[in-house]
Design a protein around this ligand. Structure first.
Ligand code: FES
Length: 169
């Protein structure tokens, strides 16, 4: 996001007419944070400093707002986000073993990102498809009923490069 190009009055739109200057700036903040994260997959400090200057909002306040929302990240994230469901239905059907296998295979723990930024591994409470337990996702793709064979497929899917994934489509 070109932070320098933010036009507070233009970007806030019609609603800006009823807001004072400070609230206009705050109104832009979340949108700007989302744009920065879309671009970098997290919120780099340099970008937040620029945003702080542009909007006249202290860096501490920006961090305060961003850390309130779970969707913002402060450390680099992997190109692929792999989530293993540890909700009850998945857990009783062995999802912890899936997590253990992925942690061992990729050399990271849940919540970590590989050094090459290829992969971030996370756990979730429930993905809302308990009938398919145990469930895991790679970005938006869901894999359910993961047994040994599907675990191998899942690992292949996680290991595949972007080019390989595009070729399959
Ligand atoms: S518990 Fe895993 S999808 Fe609901």
């Amino acid at each position: 996001m070109e932070i320098e190009l933010i036009d507070i009055d233009e970007d806030i739109g019609e609603v800006g007419k009823i807001l004072n200057e400070q609230n206009k700036r705050r109104g832009i903040l979340i949108h700007a944070l989302q744009k920065i994260q879309e671009e970098h997959r997290y919120l780099p400090e340099d970008e937040l400093k620029k945003l702080s200057q542009k909007l006249g909002i202290s860096l501490a306040e920006i961090y305060g707002v961003a850390s309130f929302y779970k969707l913002f990240y402060f450390t680099p994230r992997g190109k692929k986000i792999v989530r293993v469901c540890l909700g009850t239905a998945c857990y009783v059907r062995g999802s912890k073993k899936i997590l253990d296998a992925l942690e061992e295979k990729f050399g990271i723990k849940s919540g970590e990102t590989t050094k090459d930024l290829a992969l971030t591994l996370e756990t979730v409470g429930c993905l809302g498809c308990c009938g398919l337990a145990p469930v895991s996702t790679v970005d938006e793709e869901i894999t359910g009923e993961i047994g040994e064979k599907k675990l191998e497929e899942l690992i292949r899917l996680i290991s595949s490069t972007e080019e390989e994934s595009t070729e399959k489509e």
